[in-house]
Design a binder for this molecule. Structure first.
Ligand code: XCC
Ligand code: SF4
Length: 626
């Protein structure tokens, strides 16, 4: 008989942990999801508005009830405004994460951040040069101080265009200028979106959507790009490193500490503390065999990429991991941390710690990290986690971890290719590799857990399409076993040969969600090498299980950068046929790329393969009928 939970996830560890939670009578995201059914149809279509206090209002999609809100806004305006605000929230989240890193960089330069340091000085110098910061005969601290200041200016309003836009192909920048969507300040575009969507400001659904693209570009080529670059400067540029994934990374005989969230500022200090000999000795003295630090979600991806730290799971696994009974402490920074986690942890011995001045959660103890106290606080907390080891009850770790390779920064990929993108271009030209796809984004209980990511990725690689991935998608694909050199057996003959010769898997882990910018940089490098625009390349993006507003911003900057992107779950836009048409068709003329929506990953794979063959044909490369 089919277990009822087999429908929720395709993963074995997920299924077993769900069964355990049922036995323990602990509620999960899936129960809460079904308690919400049916979800509001107006909201699903984007037709409800809470922007002002004359409302809330809603527009009747069947044409029988009201067609306008109290202020007179119609379906097009309301849908475009709602989408604009989703982009603004997503861009704000990633860009504010970037700002936190810039502040650490500034604190390092001033000597106020014990434990932090510039780890990749050559990269510091390269990025500084892009910002016109003098580097010759200057110390890393001097350069870091000036670079932090220059980046902080990117957040403000005093520039006409963001500095790192210079990394985009010239043709792309010209398109942005023609459309008037060149992003200026990072905060400015988000702030302007909130202004435009106030009642009685921008009531052009087209101009609202265009500003949405500009806002998203301020994230992709601004805040997120700064987040990635400064993380590399502070903590090291990722290099290929083995790791392991799924709940099996927890160790029954060790103190398990889980870091969850997005920003590496806290988790890097935790890592240092876990590696300290005194704390390891304390763990041994308390009867454990050591300290085992593992990650969840994107802060886990940050540690996995740079240090090969094991990964316990993605978004929908975050509650389930606690049910192992083996987690002494979970530390959360921000983003994608379900407010339910405290209640789940209360059923076990797990101590829950919130660490960011801007993120609090019920059932968590708040211990705030700042650059000046981070090293000490991390040690204190690891010691407390060790003391919690003796309070453990029954432990349930029912699977063995899956091995995986991570650390594919652009620098590493180019290195793996022998120093230039030429071998990749050559393989694209012959058709050995048909194209490349970025599979990114979250989990969402609307889609069977990991089914979208894994099915789409499987179909793409077996059709000779190279996959690069980030975020929760990257964790799903790692659990599926796509990220070891032997995984070339899942690839089509051309991709198998190329990856086999290079000794790389057919699916390359490029990092966390801010690291989607690595995909932009790689796409720009390919476009430059071929002398074309990004939208001419045989590439695509996909977010098969997205849930987050950040994913809306990512999708929008992918498309605005020329990467056609297929979403799994439908965004709340179907209330306006005009908005749907502009996003799925109209943008082709303006940007050379569009959105598509296809919840079935088998069909999404066909859509993407067609798009890739179409781009190949336009470039005069051998193309096949899909
Ligand atoms: Fe969050 Fe980044 Fe989405 Fe995963 S992929 S659910 S945003 S953890 Ni970023
Ligand atoms: Fe209603 Fe208009 Fe106010 Fe929205 S902005 S709540 S549509 S009155």
């Amino acid at each position: 008989m089919k277990h009822p939970f087999s429908e929720n996830t395709i993963t074995e560890d997920g299924r077993l942990m769900l069964r355990k939670m049922e036995k323990d009578q602990v509620e999960t995201v899936w129960e809460r999801f079904s308690a919400q059914q049916p979800q509001c149809g107006f909201c699903e279509m984007g037709l409800s508005c809470r922007v002002c206090n004359m409302g809330p209002c809603r527009v009747d999609p069947f044409g029988e009830g009201p067609q306008q809100g109290v202020c007179g806004a119609d379906a097009d305006i309301i849908v475009a405004r709602n989408l604009g605000r989703m982009i603004a929230a997503g861009a704000a989240a990633h860009s504010d994460h970037g700002r936190d890193l810039v502040e650490v960089l500034a604190a390092v330069a001033e000597g106020h951040a014990p434990g932090y340091a510039v780890n990749d000085e050559p990269k510091l110098r390269r990025v500084a040069a892009e910002y016109d910061v003098a580097t010759q005969d200057r110390s890393a601290a001097e350069i870091a101080a000036d670079l932090a200041r220059a980046m902080q200016e990117d957040y403000g309003t005093r520039r006409k265009a963001l500095t790192l836009l210079a990394r985009a192909p010239r043709k792309r920048r010209e398109r942005w200028a023609q459309l008037g969507i060149t992003p200026r300040g990072i905060d400015r575009e988000t702030s302007e979106m909130m202004h435009r969507t106030h009642m009685g400001v921008d009531n052009g659904w087209q101009s609202l959507l265009l500003h949405g693209l500009r806002n998203a570009l301020s994230d992709g080529w601004g805040g997120s790009m700064i987040a990635t670059e400064v993380s590399d400067i502070l903590f090291g540029t990722p290099r290929v490193t083995p790791n392991s994934v799924n709940v099996g990374v927890l160790k029954a005989d060790q103190v398990n500490i889980v870091v969850h969230g997005h920003n590496p500022v806290v988790s890097e200090m935790l890592l240092q503390a876990c590696q300290s000999p005194e704390l390891t000795e304390l763990a041994l003295a308390r009867g454990a065999q050591g300290i085992n630090l593992v990650g969840l979600c994107c802060t886990g991806n940050e540690l996995l990429m740079r240090h090969g730290i094991p990964m316990a799971g993605n978004h929908l696994m975050t509650e389930l991991v606690i049910a192992s009974g083996a987690v002494e402490m979970m530390l959360a920074d921000y983003q994608c941390i379900m407010p339910s986690l405290g209640a789940v942890a209360a059923c076990y011995h797990t101590r829950m710690i919130s660490t960011s001045d801007k993120a609090r959660f019920p059932g968590m103890t708040h211990r705030e990290f700042h650059p000046d106290n981070a090293r000490e606080l991390a040690r204190t907390l690891v010691a407390e986690a060790i003391e919690n080891f003796s309070r453990r009850g029954e432990v349930y770790i029912p699977v063995a971890p899956v091995p995986s390779l991570g650390g594919f920064s652009v620098e590493t990929i180019i290195e793996a290719l022998g120093g230039s993108p030429d071998p990749l271009i050559a393989a694209l030209k012959t058709g050995q590799i048909r194209g490349a796809v970025g599979v990114v984004g979250c989990n969402n209980p609307k889609i069977r857990h990991d089914f979208g990511h894994v099915t789409l990725t499987r179909r793409l690689i077996e059709n000779d399409i190279l996959v690069v991935d980030t975020g929760c998608a990257a964790i799903a694909n790692a659990k599926a076993g796509f990220k070891v050199a032997e995984a070339i057996r899942y690839a089509g003959p051309g991709l198998r040969e190329v990856c086999g010769a290079l000794g790389i898997p057919p699916v390359l882990h490029m990092g966390s969600c801010v690291d989607n910018v690595r995909i932009l940089v790689l796409a720009a490098a390919l476009a430059d090498a071929l002398g074309v625009d990004i939208s001419d390349l045989p590439i695509a993006g996909a977010a098969p299980e997205w849930y987050s507003e950040k994913a809306v911003s990512i999708g929008a900057y992918f498309v605005a950068s020329g990467v056609t992107t297929v979403l799994g779950p439908m965004p709340p836009i179907t209330g306006s046929i005009n908005v749907v048409k502009l996003l799925t068709e109209g943008l082709a003329d303006l940007l050379g790329a569009t959105f598509a929506v296809e919840p079935d990953p088998e069909k999404a794979a066909i859509l993407i393969r067609r798009h890739i063959e179409n781009r190949r044909a336009k470039l005069g490369l051998p193309a096949v009928q899909v």
